[in-house]
Design a protein around this ligand. Structure first.
Ligand SMILES: Nc1ncnc2c1ncn2[C@@H]1O[C@H](COP(=O)(O)OP(=O)(O)O)[C@@H](O)[C@H]1O
Ligand SMILES: [Mg+2]
Length: 294
């Protein structure tokens, strides 16, 4: 079933977006139509958002839905800068902001009015939170990308002025190709050699983050893509810094879930050993920076 068809049956007007007819490979994990249509209100919001991004010249077409998670839906899209992953966060009311507080602790919010609204969890407050969450994801993506880490290239920015136009969406370069987006390491089939290489890169990636003072906060094979023998880290809204009093715990938990999630690839390391290796490598040299941010 083509992407166009997929949406046509949905009876929604996607005329703002030129979707194409394709009968080739389905992107992995595409959802069934019934699942999509459940959510009428956010469908309208999504249409408006896609139209806005198109009008701004940031988006050319949405090709297919790739994956729908609890917090966001990921689409394969085309932009003037190339094939993109368009990540659209769920309607605010539907989002849980699960464990949000754990990650936000130690973070300073300068705008008092925004802070009060966020604390109150009013609709306006949730909107601030949502905006903040997306802006933070861009800021971190830019920082990590510029520093030379294996993360997707953000496609809007690098200034907040530029990317403030896109929440609740994030646009980044698609890893893989339009027809074959990169699998996550959680679903990739690896030879023993590949598994060892992927493990080494995943540990190195976590060390690269730590060298910059970050803990990912949700580090496992579910947030690592595998493409052309390279591990690419994704999903950064819950990235935390050393200012966060939970930093050490989050780091330890990341090491643990990384180790556990690699067992299916035949790698058996303990969380403790993994953490020590990450800390050791964080003291070593980092990657070559790609650019200097303005
Ligand atoms: N840059 C990217 N290129 C290809 N696929 C991606 C990219 N970013 C995310 N994905 C896919 O979209 C899914 C959801 O993205 P992610 O950032 O992990 O959001 P969440 O886990 O909050 O839903 C990922 O599991 C991955 O399969
Ligand atoms: Mg994820």
């Amino acid at each position: 079933m083509s992407a166009r068809h997929h949406w046509d049956e949905d009876d929604r007007d996607f005329s703002a977006v030129q979707t194409i007819r394709r009968k080739r490979t389905k992107p992995q994990g595409r959802r069934r139509l019934a699942d999509l249509t459940n959510d009428d209100e956010s469908g309208d919001d999504r249409d408006d958002l896609i139209r806005r991004l198109t009008d701004l010249g940031l988006l050319t077409e949405v090709v297919a839905e790739l994956k729908s998670g609890k917090e966001a839906t990921a689409y394969v899209a085309r932009t003037p800068k190339g094939t993109a992953l368009l990540k659209i966060y769920r309607d605010l009311a539907a989002r849980s902001f699960k464990n949000d507080a754990v990650y936000r602790e130690g973070q300073v919010i300068l705008d008092e009015r925004a802070k009060r609204a966020m604390d109150s969890r009013s609709r306006r407050g949730l909107e601030f939170l949502q905006q903040d969450w997306v802006m933070a994801e861009y800021a971190r993506l830019w920082h990590l990308w510029a520093a030379g880490l294996n993360v997707p290239e953000p496609l809007v920015g690098p200034t907040p002025f530029e990317y403030s136009a896109t929440p609740p969406a994030v646009l980044m370069r698609l890893i893989g190709t339009e027809d074959h987006p990169a699998p996550r390491l959680s679903e990739a089939r690896l030879t023993p050699d590949e598994a060892r290489a992927a493990w080494a890169q995943a540990v190195q990636g976590m060390a690269d983050l730590l060298r910059l003072g970050y803990a990912h906060g949700d580090y496992s094979t579910y947030n690592l893509l595998w493409w052309e023998n390279t591990v690419i880290m994704i999903d950064f809204p819950q990235l935390t810094t050393r200012q966060n009093p939970n930093f050490r715990d989050l780091l330890r938990r990341d090491a643990e879930s990384l180790a556990v999630s690699f067992r299916r690839h035949g790698i058996h390391e303990s969380g403790e050993t993994t953490l020590r290796e990450v800390q050791r490598r964080a003291l070593g040299p980092g990657p070559e920076p790609r650019m200097v941010l303005p």
